[in-house]
Design a protein. Structure first.
Length: 308
């Protein structure tokens, strides 16, 4: 449904300029610790992975280093799997789910796959519980050449330097009630567009890549996640967040067209997760476990359907 929403920054019908973006930035505040919640857990995995710093956010390079966990047994002969979390910093289970997979599950698959795990692409967004970066840019719409988002550009540059071909990419996200309460109204105000207030799906769902949907791969993931949490049902229009459902719990987006993280490579198997942490029937730990189940379910499918 459409809803007119007056946002406290800017003038209706006028896109934001530098002044409005600065006003928005000045309203943000630190609400949790990237160091305590993320970096300490990354460091705890030093015996299992190579920990590489691939960049730092210019707003505070000491506070916001960017880390990737890389398989110690990295072998060019193996297929490489990328896991990304925290592209939108406020989506907590994406961050913690990536760390959970690295800690508890990755070792079972390292004889077959190389892993590149980026637990938190947007640490400033994590600390301020934000979808955007400090410049009011959405990193998950910025994965393209000459990206204006440091978060996106740093990862793309690092992956290019490795010169590896990815077989799979799992991009871990959430859909939250704050999408309608804050982030979509802010987007409408920033860009002077109409605010679409969609019904937030109660449950987990996946977003596949329109150009490479891999329907059976998505189905296998949904089946594995359904052991952990409930899958979102389509609305009365057979849609989720305004997009047609292609199968139970799955919609597709044009990844490259929209500059999405899941479109940064030509990986055959790609999915973006959407956990719903505001559901009254799930816990935060359940959300983290669901994110990890996405990766294990996807890897099991690949093991059964690829010659590796």
């Amino acid at each position: 449904m459409n809803k007119q929403h007056v946002y406290p920054i800017g003038k209706p019908g006028e896109a934001w300029g530098k002044e409005e973006k600065q006003q928005w930035f000045e309203l943000q505040s630190i609400k949790r610790s990237y160091h305590d919640d993320v970096i300490t857990k990354i460091n705890d995995l030093a015996n299992n992975f190579e920990i590489e710093q691939y960049g730092a956010l210019p707003i505070d390079e000491n506070r916001y280093p960017l880390f990737i966990l890389k398989s110690k047994t990295f072998d060019p002969a193996k297929k490489t799997v990328l896991v990304t979390g925290g592209v939108h910093g406020y989506e907590t289970s994406g961050v913690q789910g990536a760390l959970l997979f690295a800690k508890e599950h990755a070792h079972r698959y390292e004889s077959t796959f190389n892993f590149l795990i980026v637990p938190c692409l947007s640490p400033w967004g994590y600390e301020t519980i934000n979808r955007w970066n400090p410049n009011a840019i959405d990193p998950n719409r910025s994965f393209y050449k000459n990206s204006p988002a440091e978060e996106s550009a740093s990862l793309m540059s690092y992956l290019e330097s490795l010169k590896v071909t990815l077989i799979a990419h799992f991009d871990l996200h959430e859909t939250t009630d704050s999408d309608n309460a804050e982030f979509r109204p802010a987007l409408a105000a920033r860009d002077a567009t109409v605010h679409d207030n969609w019904n937030i799906p109660d449950g987990f769902y996946l977003v596949g890549n329109t150009l490479e949907p891999q329907a059976e791969f998505q189905k296998a993931i949904i089946e594995n996640v359904s052991k952990v949490t409930h899958i979102a049902e389509a609305d009365e229009n057979n849609q989720l967040i305004g997009s047609p459902v292609t199968q139970h719990g799955v919609i597709n987006y044009s990844a490259r067209k929209y500059g999405l993280c899941m479109g940064l490579s030509d990986a055959k198997y790609v999915t973006t997760t959407e956990v719903y942490p505001d559901s009254p029937s799930v816990s935060s730990q359940q959300c983290n476990v669901a994110q990890a189940a996405v990766i294990t379910g996807g890897l099991e499918y690949i093991l059964c359907h690829e010659t590796l």
